[in-house]
Design a protein around this ligand. Structure first.
Ligand code: GLC
Length: 739
């Protein structure tokens, strides 16, 4: 619609109509959407029930026929015929569920990550979705927090690249921007929700401004630079002010400093929660503060509906309301909803999902997201006919490998299980399956989903029987393939943990199997880093598969037999113990770094009961191939820092590899991390292939911010470290500040 026409429509709206546009509810109001409620179910408390056909948006209805009917009802029953905006928690796939983001990011194949986002967008578009609530870009350095699974991880560079590529994959670029097969991206949760005190869900966040500017805000800013159309506020306090009512954060930083001019949607009931935070004295005050902070949509409460009629009598608030509603109408117009209210739903539309191409991309992303943490001799598995494999653990036949957030639109029945993947590689007689232990203590917590869950997952069995049965199977085998880890409900929202060790029954099984003196290959299913210190030594090989999505079985087995070589690198540190948390790669040195201090053994930065080192550090990841890399040169030129290195595949097999380039710390007015990732390349090298890699870093990569948000660059000597699967090469160069 021409902007002039949109203005005319806008001016026809009453205050009541405008307030209705700021309301977002989940789909249950209109239809039994049957999806997981993503927050505390409650009475909404509308003082004067709005005409629900006049509200601005609904979310988490993912059925294209239901959405068609809802939009049809809206157009027939609303006075201004303003189409509803359909949003949804499509975080890592619609029906083709990809590996969870903490896994995907570790592939460092940003082209493939973007391709996966394009597929998610197309499937969402063809099922009537206009906006997806992702990518989640909260930097995470505390694995006690359950939502680390939906983040790209602890690292700024990785998260920024992930942000740019996923937003672009969803929205498209230039010609096809927001057109057919594309959806608008709503990044979340602004800001720094991933740093709750104690790793406890919804807890307060305390970060210095320099930490915010140099690290935690960077991924969101990268998404804004990639034109994300929406931002979702966070539940948490940030330095004493709730993000959802934070004018400094949402207006000065997001809109003025970053230049965001899209729509700001609150998280679930976060406007109302300004009262429980102790920030607003009542809901009227909460509405006032949220609107002043620039929140356009009030998700899942009646606070705006109840409070704005009175507030809008004041001219200043009437203008703030106009601002919010205008942004909402602009977004609907950008999506073409006025001309195509049934966008993506027009016949003939089968709501096409899970195409062969989509499954192929998902399989590739599984292969590139699983991290080979350890491998002595067992992998790749031999495929000789006499090879007998004891496949032990509940994940072999489990369909519940999608992770917490996939259940809004994904279906466990779509999963190609590990067992199915193994049967593509081995004869039935070579595989000796046993459950090993129950992954769920009971199914009562599944409520209405209990029956379906139990039907798909099998009954709870006696633990002693399961243990003995597995040991019997293992005795007949040459190699043991053992699946361990969390169940999918142990991570995601509302799943903070203080104990990150495996359950005792899994540890007992591992130790009993180890007594058989056969090689044990561990497959670790988890939504977060776990503490594996007590069991790591019992494994010959350990492959971290995270929650791998619908094609997990095939992708994992392609790795197990060597059709693909593992190339993923850890996106989040695995601690040796919870006591080390927060522990992450880009930490500062301290004035008394361990090992570099003449003072004494005591007065240095260390623990007396634990090492400073993690069990598996950020960037860890082995391959079936061996590589060597040497710098050829690093030099400052007018257009940036020109870098060149040579890499050689020393093995007899082709393999993907992700060399990582770290910037080591250097003198600065704000102390910089000992090392921080600054660049990566994702390369395929044939057997014995030698490749020269060149790339240019902008000087901006070497800058940093002070607590006032001013950017600095210091002339001096800088060192870049080329890290190839843990083998490091340094190259120092001189950088002159210049203009
Ligand atoms: C949830 C989550 C958010 C999600 C929203 C809508 O509480 O915090 O990530 O998008 O509510 O389901």
């Amino acid at each position: 619609m021409e902007e002039q026409k949109l203005r005319e429509l806008f001016h026809r709206l009453s205050v009541h109509d405008k307030i209705a546009q700021t309301i977002q509810l989940n789909g249950d109001l209109f239809v039994e959407s049957g999806v997981m409620n993503t927050g505390p179910a409650k009475d909404l408390g509308f003082q004067k029930e709005p005409n629900f056909y006049e509200i601005g948006s609904i979310y988490n209805v993912n059925d294209h026929q239901k959405l068609y009917q809802i939009q049809k009802d809206v157009l027939e029953n609303s006075s201004h015929k303003i189409p509803l905006l359909f949003m949804s928690d499509i975080v890592y796939g619609f029906r083709t569920i990809f590996p969870m983001p903490l896994a995907q990011a570790g592939s460092y194949d940003f082209d493939l990550i973007q391709q996966a986002a394009e597929i998610s967008a197309k499937e969402s578009y063809l099922n009537g979705i206009h906006v997806v609530f992702s990518p989640m870009l909260d930097l995470v350095r505390d694995p006690r927090w359950g939502r680390v699974m939906e983040s790209p991880g602890e690292d700024v560079y990785t998260s920024k690249e992930f942000a740019k590529r996923v937003v672009t994959g969803y929205q498209g670029e230039k010609a096809d921007y927001l057109q057919e097969n594309h959806v608008a991206a709503c990044i979340k949760h602004f800001a720094a929700y991933g740093a709750p005190e104690g790793g406890r869900e919804y807890q307060q966040v305390e970060l210095s401004n320099q930490k915010l500017f140099n690290e935690y805000l960077q991924p969101y800013e990268a998404a804004v630079e990639a034109n994300c159309e929406l931002v979702m506020t966070a539940f948490n306090l940030l330095n004493g002010v709730p993000s959802t009512g934070n004018k400094w954060l949402n207006r000065e930083i997001l809109r003025e400093r970053f230049g965001f001019n899209g729509v700001l949607v609150s998280d679930y009931a976060a406007v109302q929660e300004l009262v429980s935070h102790g920030f607003a004295k009542d809901e009227q005050d909460a509405a006032k503060k949220a609107l002043e902070a620039g929140v356009d949509f009030d998700m899942m409460t009646a606070v705006y509906a109840n409070a704005l009629p009175e507030l809008a009598k004041d001219r200043a608030f009437a203008e703030l309301l106009d601002e919010a509603v205008w942004r909402i109408l602009i977004l609907k117009n950008k999506l073409g909803l006025f001309e195509q209210p049934f966008r993506g739903l027009t016949e003939p539309n089968t709501g096409e999902v899970l195409t062969d191409e989509a499954k192929e991309v998902a399989t590739k992303l599984v292969e590139k997201s699983c991290v080979l943490l350890k491998n002595e001799t067992a992998l790749p598995l031999k495929k000789t006919k006499d090879q007998r494999i004891a496949v032990i653990g509940p994940y072999a036949e489990s369909h519940f490998t999608l992770g917490f957030w996939a259940s809004v639109s994904g279906r466990s029945s779509d999963v190609l299980t590990l067992k199915a993947g193994l049967l593509e590689q081995f004869g039935q007689d070579q595989l000796l399956f046993s459950r090993g232990f129950n992954l769920y203590e009971d199914y009562s917590s599944f409520g209405p989903l209990k029956a379906g869950f139990e039907q798909l997952n099998g009954p709870i069995e006696d633990e002693e029987f399961l243990l003995e049965q597995s040991l019997e199977q293992a005795k007949k085998a040459d190699v043991i393939l053992l699946t361990i880890g969390e169940n999918f409900l142990e991570s995601g929202e509302g799943a903070s943990k203080t104990n990150l060790r495996l359950p005792e029954k899994q540890i007992r099984l591992i130790k009993k199997l180890a007594e058989l003196k056969k090689p044990i290959v561990g497959l670790l299913y988890t939504g977060r880093p776990l503490v594996l210190t007590e069991v790591e030594s019992y494994f010959d090989s350990l492959l971290l598969v995270w929650f791998p999505g619908v094609m997990g079985g095939r992708g994992i087995c392609n790795l197990l037999v060597g059709e693909a070589s593992p190339s993923a690198r850890l996106t989040m540190t695995f601690p040796r113990s919870e006591g080390q948390i927060p522990i992450y790669s880009a930490q500062t040195s301290t004035g008394r770094p361990l090992g570099e201090n003449a003072h004494s053994e005591r007065f240095v930065s260390k623990y007396i009961d634990e090492t400073n080192e993690p069990l598996f550090s950020f960037g860890s990841g082995k391959s079936y191939a061996d590589f060597e890399g040497t710098w050829q040169g690093v030099e400052e030129k007018t257009d940036g820092i020109h870098c060149c290195y040579e890499i050689v595949n020393q093995s007899e097999r082709e393999a993907w590899v992700t060399p990582q380039i770290y910037l080591l710390n250097h003198p600065a007015e704000i102390v910089r991390p000992m090392k921080r990732l600054i660049a990566t390349q994702h390369l395929l090298l044939a057997a014995k292939e030698r490749k020269v890699v060149t790339f240019t870093l902008s000087k901006e990569e070497f800058t940093y911010f002070d607590n006032e948000g001013a950017r600095h660059l210091t002339s001096g000597n800088y060192t870049l470290q080329l890290d190839l699967l843990g083998i490091k090469n340094n190259q120092t160069f001189h950088l002159v500040k210049g203009e």
